[in-house]
Ligand binder design. Sequence first.
Ligand code: ADP
Ligand code: MG
Length: 265
Amino acid sequence: MARIYTLANQKGGVGKTTCAINLGAYLGYYGQRVLLVDLDPQANATSSLGIDKKTVKSGTYEVLIGANPVGPQILHNPKLKISVLPSSPALAGAEIELIEMANREQRLKDALAPVMDRYDYILIDCPPSLSLLTINGLIAGRNGVLIPVQCEYLALEGLGQLTQTLTRVRTSLFPNLQVRGVILTMYDGRTRLAMDVVGEVKKYFPEKVFQTIIPRSIRLAEAPSYGQPISLYAPDSTAARSYAALARELLEQDGIHIPVFSEEG
Ligand code: ADP
Ligand code: MG
């Protein structure tokens, strides 16, 4: 049964989508069957994997409101080693439609149930808000939340609000909701500030911060316009190595043995 992790932080531009794609691609590289669920109406994850959101006839929106059962919408590109349940601009309307629906907070969880056995990992990429869509993401993420935090000025800003939302969801709907881990992103080792932020975040989330830190890298910013994860776009870059290391760290914590690759000679 798939482990489901949700990438959430209501702050935009902290690296949620970049982590979902590249962590996902490396989990795939290490032999895991990975599904990325694009839960953001902006459909950045969908576009970053080379899919034109305007061509998406059925995706996360249809699955969430129950118009279509999950399955046929999932797109797979074996070269990318990751499957995606694509988003489309229609998802923006879901926010309002969901309000009237039964089980409005649990629809994504229920909708994904039929494909749980097809994957080892399901990563849910949330929009930059604490909306009903994100709540659906948090509740569907049965194995916890991955919180990307940018190593920049005001990094901790808004984390209190996120923590409060997690507490609310725990009390009302999902007592076992946990922070699975905090991913530090866009680290610039030349600045004193970046180092300070690492310290602050570790204090704020004791024991939760992944050892692997994602550096700031122009390659990571370029890859989406080529529709590729960093594992394909620039596999020898420092950024690629950091996402590979993050995937190994997660796998190791999850108790999953990584097959050792050997050169063919
Ligand atoms: P979010 O999903 O949280 O809004 P994104 O993953 O879309 O954030 O990242 C915001 C922007 O920063 C994107 O343009 C992305 O390409 C870029 N980016 C993400 N991670 C890095 C990084 N480590 N170094 C440089 N640019 C990055
Ligand atoms: Mg995003």
